[in-house]
Design a protein around this ligand. Structure first.
Ligand code: NAD
Length: 257
């Protein structure tokens, strides 16, 4: 078992990448805290883990809210006694997030609050808990758009993910000598509820598909597998990395067909 005895907290753990990670991490022996704004879905993930013989608990959390995040970390320590793996994964993609010329301040603020400040708050309160446990692994979900501008504008989302990537590197440097590793996963487009509406439209789907050398979208389990590796001691010399899991998007120049 690759995460035996470890306690892993996963934000956005009720759906998509977070849910797939919760299930995979639990199969590898971790005790899981599912932290999500969606109570019902979180409880379903917890029940699934428990039914398979694993240990898990849910805490309703809004990652954009300081007190809620403080409560999330306290819940983790109270329930399982420690924090070894912090997967700051919750994020949103707003349908009205578009060009820099017409994206409203309200959309900008909402996306930045959840996607960027949410990761900041997770680290702000998660790192002290991790230090109390003697160190650990932080994984932050950025995106391939942290590395390349998106051809289909989503200015707040792209900016938020660039911030997540840079912040992760600085945290990695600051805490490397205290046995904390911090890495950013940069997924390409993944078939999860976050992109469901967009990918249901054949034109918008194809507009994105032409850029992916592997020729298909990722599934959540493929991103979870990368997170599992970074969470485990197999990644003991990996910190500050930009861990792309993107089907080759950021490597290739692909001529649209
Ligand atoms: P998803 O919509 O399936 O899951 C996101 C989860 O986050 C949901 O359970 C939702 O309830 C939760 N959430 C939303 N706002 C929250 C808040 N304020 N506090 C706590 N929880 C909240 O999406 P996903 O595709 O699994 O996305 C997970 C992460 O991966 C996000 O950070 C997303 O930006 C990133 N990502 C996704 C893709 C993709 O194509 N799906 C690509 C690159 C990066």
């Amino acid at each position: 078992m690759r995460l035996r005895e470890k306690v892993a907290l996963i934000t956005g753990g009720a759906s998509g990448i977070g849910k797939a990670s919760a299930l995979q991490f639990a199969r590898e022996g971790a005790k899981i805290v599912v932290a999500d704004i969606d109570r019902e879905s979180s409880e379903k993930v917890v029940a699934e883990i428990q039914a398979a013989g694993g240990a898990a608990a849910a805490v309703v959390t809004d990652v954009a809210d300081r007190e809620s995040v403080q409560g999330m970390i306290a819940f983790c320590e109270e329930t399982f006694g420690r924090l070894d793996v912090l997967f700051n994964n919750a994020g949103i993609f707003h349908p009205d997030d578009g060009s820099v010329l017409d994206t409203g301040d309200d959309i900008w603020d909402r996306v930045i609050d959840i996607n960027l400040k949410g990761v900041f708050l997770g680290c702000r309160y998660g790192i002290p808990a991790m230090l109390r446990s003697g160190g650990g692994s932080i994984i932050n979900t950025a995106s391939f758009v942290a590395l390349h501008g998106s051809a289909t504008s989503q200015i707040a989302y792209t900016a938020s993910k660039g911030g997540v990537l840079s912040m992760t590197k600085e945290i990695a440097v600051e805490f490397a000598r205290q046995n904390i590793r911090a890495n950013a996963i940069c997924p390409g487009p993944v078939q999860t509820p976050l992109l469901a509406e967009l990918l249901a439209d054949p034109q918008r789907r194809q507009r994105r598909l032409v850029h992916i050398p592997i020729g298909r979208f990722a599934n959540a389990e493929e991103i979870a597998s990368a997170a599992l590796f970074l969470a485990s001691d197999e990644a003991s010399y990996i910190t500050g990395s930009t861990f792309t899991v993107d089907g080759g998007i950021t490597t290739a120049y692909v001529t649209p067909e």
